[in-house]
Design a protein around this ligand. Structure first.
Ligand code: UGA
Ligand code: MN
Length: 331
C-alpha cells in the first residue's frame, strides 16, 4: 500500500508521528547545547583559571561566563597538566594605555595552558583596575608591586631603567615559590604568537628567538649558521655580550635557582645584557635556538602610541549620565 492509496486517517497518523519525532529530535539537540553552554559553578568548572588560589567568587563566575561564550577555548587536559609550568613576568605601570594593553595580553595568555601570570606594577599601591583584569582573565596569577627607586624616578634627563624593579620582584617571587618550569619577561605592550609559549616551555638553560620590530634592522635575533649559533643580529650592539631584547629569551627556573645572584641591573639599555651576564657561567654558544632555529618571528616589539591623560569632564553638564562612569575608567 502506497501513501496515495492510504486512507486519510492513517495518512494523518503517519504525518503526525513524523512531525513529533522531528520535534523531539530538535529538542534533544537544543538541550545538549543548553547543557554545554550553561554557566558552571565553582565546583565543576574545568577551566584552568580556577587553579588560582587568590580568585574570588566573582572571578570564578566570570571565568565560567567566558567558558560559556567561548566554548572553543580548551580546558586543561591531563597531558597539558604535565607540561612544564610557564612563569610570565609582566612589568606594568599606570598610564592611559595600561588597561588596553593588559586586556589584550590577558587574552593571549588565556589561551596558554599551565601558566602563571606574575604582574608587577611600578607603583606604591596595587591598582584595582589591574586587579580586575587579572581576576577576569581566570588565569592563575600573582599581583605584586615594586616601584622604581626614587633616585631613578626623579631623574629629569636621559632614559630610565623601565620595568627593572618589577622584574626583579618577579624573580624574587619565583625563587621563593617555584621549583621548576620556565620564566619569561613579557612586557605589557608586545605581541605574542601562541607558538612561542609552547617553544619556550622546554627551555633547559636559556633559550632565544627572534623579536620583530626592533631597531632599524626590523628584527633582533641570534645568527644561526649551519644550525649552530654564530653571533647576534641587532641594530644596537653597544658592546653588549648579549645584544638581545627582553622579549627574546626565556630561562629555566631550575637553572635560575643554580644562579642565586642573578639579577637585573638598573642600567638603561643594558638590562637584558646585565641579567644574562649575571647568569654566569653561561656563554652565548650554549643558547638554545628556538622558533625553528630562529627562522620565525613569534614575538613582536609593538609599541603603542602615547596618549595624553584624558581631560576633566564637566561634572554638572554630565551629572547623572554614563559619562561620569566612563571617566572613572580613564587615566
Ligand atoms: C624596551 C625593551 O623591550 C624593554 O624590555 C626594556 O625594559 C626597555 O626597552 C628599556 O630598556 O627601558 P620599550 O618598549 O622601550 O622596551 O619600553 P616600555 O614598553 O615602555 O617598558 C618596558 C616594560 O616596563 C613595559 O612592560 C612597561 O609597562 C614597564 N614600565 C615602563 C614600567 O613598569 N615603568 C615605567 O616607568 C616604564
Ligand atoms: Mn615596549
Amino acid at each position: 500500500m502506497t501513501m496515495a492509496t492510504m486512507k486519510l486517517p492513517l495518512k494523518m497518523y503517519i504525518l503526525i508521528l513524523l512531525g513529533v519525532s522531528v520535534m523531539l529530535y530538535q529538542y534533544s539537540l537544543s538541550s545538549v547545547i543548553a547543557f554545554n553552554g550553561a554557566p558552571l559553578d565553582g565546583a565543576d568548572v574545568l577551566y584552568r583559571g580556577t587553579q588560582n588560589e587568590s580568585m574570588g567568587h566573582e572571578a570564578i563566575k566570570s571565568g565560567a561566563r567566558r567558558l560559556d561564550v567561548a566554548m572553543a577555548l580548551p580546558v586543561t587536559t591531563t597531558a597539558e597538566s604535565k607540561l612544564p609550568m610557564l612563569y610570565i613576568i609582566t612589568p606594568t605601570y599606570t598610564r592611559p594605555e595600561q588597561v588596553a594593553e593588559l586586556t589584550r595580553l590577558s587574552h593571549t595568555l588565556m589561551l596558554v595552558p599551565n601558566l602563571r601570570w606574575i604582574v608587577v606594577e611600578d607603583a606604591t599601591h596595587k591598582s584595582p583596575k589591574v586587579e580586575a583584569i587579572l581576576a577576569k582573565s581566570g588565569l592563575p596569577y600573582t599581583h605584586l608591586i615594586a616601584p622604581m627607586p626614587e633616585e631613578f624616578k626623579k631623574k629629569k634627563k636621559g632614559p630610565k631603567p623601565r620595568g627593572v624593579s618589577n622584574r626583579n620582584k618577579g624573580l624574587e617571587w619565583i625563587r621563593q615559590n617555584a621549583k621548576d618550569g620556565v620564566l619569561y619577561f613579557a612586557d605589557d605592550d608586545n605581541t605574542y604568537d601562541l607558538d612561542i609559549f609552547e617553544e619556550m616551555r622546554h627551555t633547559r638553560r636559556v633559550s632565544m628567538f627572534p623579536v620583530g620590530l626592533i631597531t632599524k634592522l626590523g628584527v633582533s635575533s641570534p645568527v644561526v649558521r649551519n644550525g649552530t649559533f654564530a653571533g647576534f643580529y641587532d641594530g644596537w650592539i653597544a658592546g653588549r655580550k648579549f645584544p638581545v631584547d627582553m622579549a627574546g629569551f626565556a630561562v629555566s627556573v631550575v637553572f635560575l635557582h643554580r644562579r642565586p645572584n642573578a639579577t637585573m641591573p638598573y642600567k638603561p639599555g643594558y638590562e637584558e645584557d646585565g641579567f644574562l651576564k649575571s647568569l654566569r657561567p653561561f656563554e652565548p654558544k650554549e643558547i638554545e635556538l628556538l622558533a625553528d632555529k630562529c627562522t620565525k618571528i613569534l614575538v613582536w616589539h609593538t609599541q603603542t602610541k602615547k596618549n595624553e591623560p584624558s581631560q576633566p569632564v564637566d561634572t554638572s553638564k554630565y551629572n547623572n549620565t554614563n559619562i561620569l562612569t566612563l571617566k572613572t575608567i580613564l587615566v
